[in-house]
Every structure is written in structure tokens, then in C-alpha cells.
Design a protein around this ligand. Structure first.
Ligand code: BV8
Ligand code: ZN
Length: 259
């Protein structure tokens, strides 16, 4: 499938400095990680509030822990895909490419992105509600309850649940990156979970050229400067190839003008 890019985007790619990527579950779909709200989405069977909230966890720690254990097992069995890897390639091309992600699957870091802001935490980390001790994936289960080996307290996933604040450092860094982007790529997100979903428009209002990559239109599409309809695993490698070509041409021209 060939991807059509506008002349406006091609000319932007020639000279753009600050490129930022904002990703959601869609970029991991082609790795085999189910999205939340799509046709095969995991929210289909249950509402997010029933599982991704502190109330739900305290009501039934074993149920919620079991749901995260299932997801962690899927995530540990998959690999980053061509979409993740294209962002790493463009990071080298542009001399940096911060990735702001809503995903908790660690796939951007595993692909090699060097600046990843995790707005909603990371499924590979857990912590004790009583003593705060951090725990990896191996957590003691007592009658199905995730239990702290140090103090016997309840252990929870280090992810952001509904009604919880986002990690301050990740949020501040993401606001700054979005506010200083020349080109902002919103990739594979339905754009309905706030405050994360406010970042693309924040970038656009701050002067960025806003590109959306998604097989389906979203509430953001009407505000995007360019909507690249397609999957991340196809569109992002094509975008990286275009950037490589036009920036190669620009540097050749630069070379010709300065013998
Ligand atoms: C908070 C947990 C402050 C970890 C998740 C306004 C302002 C502030 C808050 C709110 C607000 N309005 C409402 C709220 C409350 C709430 C909220 O936004 N609710 C929504 C449902 C309306 N927000 C919060 O509670 C946030 N906290 O605001 O704190 C505060 C605190 C106290 C009191 C007052 C305020 C916390 C939100 C974080 C919730 N945690 N996950 C986990 O279990 O994963 S949300 C969950 O949704 C995931 O984190 C996920 O990242 C996120 C967004 O989903 P997407 O990534 O977009 O995925 P989705 O499936 O929806 O879409 C996939 C897309 O990919 C689709 O568009 C599809 O077409 C596309 N796609 C599919 N295949 C491909 C593809 N794209 C490209 N390529 C493909 N191959
Ligand atoms: Zn403890």
C-alpha cells in the first residue's frame, strides 16, 4: 500500500528541527497487543472503570491483578513492530525525537527510542501500597492477592488509573515537548482519554504542523494539518523514507551552494 504525502508535509520534512511523536495503543496493535476501544478492544468485554481504577482494585485485587497479569504475559511475548522502529530511525535522522506515549507496554524503549515519556505508567513496574517498595513482574500471590515481600502490604501495578494524576515529570516534559514541536505526529490513539488527549492541540496551538496517523478518523482528525489514513506499521516507515530522501536532497543542494 503506497502512502500519499502532501507537498506541504514533504517541504516541512526538509528543514524541520523539533519532531515529537504522541502514541496510543494503535502503534502496538501490529505487535499483537490488543487496543482498548477498537473492534477487538479489551474494553469491549468490560468498562474501563470496572478494572482500571483504584476502587475496582481495592474491591477485587485478584480480578484486577489477573487482568494485568494476562496483559503483561501478552506484552512479554511480543516484539516492537515497524512503526516503533521507524520512530527510532527518524530519531537518528532528526537528531532526536521525543516519544510521548499513553502505552504501558515499554515497546518504544525496547525498539530503541531514547526519550520516552510514559504518561500512563509501565506494566512491568509494580509498587506496595503500604511501604512503597517497588516490585518487578515477580510478585508474591497470597490467595490470589499481590503481596509485598517486605511488609505484606497490597502490591499494585505502576500504571495511572482513571481518576489518578499523571506522573508530574512525564506530564511536564510532555507539555514542554508538545509546546516546542515544529512537527507533531499523533499516532494510533482514539484521542478520548484526558489530559493526554489535549497534547496534539496544545502542539498545534504552539505552532506545530499536526499530522495524525490512524486507520480511522478520530475527534482530532478535523484539526490535523494532515491525516495519513493507514496503519502505523505502514505509514511510519514510508514517512521515514520520505524524510531520508528529502533531507538527503536538501543537504546535497546545501553542498552544491557551498563548494
Ligand atoms: C486525570 C491505564 C486528573 C493503564 C488508562 C478532562 C481532564 C482531565 C481528566 C478527565 C477529563 N475528562 C475526563 C477525565 C477523566 C478521565 C478520562 O479521560 N476519561 C475518558 C474515558 C473520558 N481521565 C483520567 O481519569 C486521567 N486522570 O484526569 O487525573 C484528576 C485526578 C483526580 C481528580 C480530577 C482530575 C487518567 C487517565 C489514564 C487512564 N488510564 N490506562 C492501563 O490499564 O492501560 S486509559 C487507557 O486509554 C490507556 O492508557 C490508553 O493509553 C488510553 C487511551 O487509549 P488509546 O491509546 O487511544 O487506545 P484506544 O484503544 O482507545 O484507540 C486505539 C486507536 O488506534 C484507535 O483510534 C484505532 O483506530 C487505532 N489503531 C488501531 N490499529 C492501528 C491504529 N492506529 C495505527 N495503526 C494501527 N495498526
Ligand atoms: Zn510493602
Amino acid at each position: 500500500m503506497s502512502v500519499h504525502f502532501s507537498d506541504r508535509l514533504s517541504s516541512r520534512l526538509r528543514s524541520v528541527q523539533a519532531v515529537v511523536a504522541f502514541t496510543g495503543a494503535g502503534i502496538s496493535a501490529e505487535s499483537g497487543v490488543p487496543t482498548f476501544r477498537g473492534k477487538e478492544g479489551i474494553w469491549k468485554a468490560m468498562r474501563p472503570e470496572e478494572l482500571a481504577s483504584m476502587d475496582a482494585f481495592l474491591r477485587d485485587p485478584s480480578l484486577v491483578w489477573g487482568w494485568y497479569s494476562q496483559r503483561r504475559a501478552i506484552i512479554q511475548s511480543v516484539q516492537p513492530n515497524d512503526g516503533h522502529r521507524a520512530l527510532v530511525e527518524m530519531e537518528a535522522l532528526f537528531g532526536g525525537l521525543p516519544v510521548i506515549t499513553q502505552n504501558i507496554d515499554n515497546l518504544h524503549r525496547r525498539a530503541g527510542s531514547s526519550t520516552v515519556h510514559e504518561l500512563h505508567g509501565n506494566i512491568e513496574r509494580n509498587y506496595c501500597l503500604r511501604c512503597g517498595a517497588m516490585a518487578g513482574a515477580e510478585v508474591l500471590l497470597k490467595e490470589g492477592r499481590p503481596t509485598c515481600v517486605r511488609c505484606g502490604g497490597l502490591v499494585r501495578p505502576d500504571v495511572v488509573w482513571f481518576g489518578e494524576l499523571l506522573p508530574e515529570d512525564a506530564w511536564d516534559a510532555s507539555l514542554h515537548a508538545a509546546g516546542s514541536a515544529d512537527l507533531f505526529l499523533s499516532i494510533g490513539t482514539s484521542g478520548i482519554v484526558y489530559p493526554a488527549a489535549s497534547l496534539p492541540l496544545h502542539a498545534k496551538r504552539s505552532g506545530a504542523f499536526l499530522v495524525e496517523i490512524n486507520p480511522e478518523p478520530t475527534p482530532l482528525t478535523s484539526s490535523a494539518d494532515e491525516f495519513l489514513q493507514g496503519s502505523a506499521g505502514t505509514v511510519l516507515p514510508a514517512l521515514a523514507a520520505l524524510a531520508r530522501r528529502v533531507r538527503g536532497e536538501a543537504s546535497e543542494e546545501g553542498g552544491k551552494n557551498h563548494p
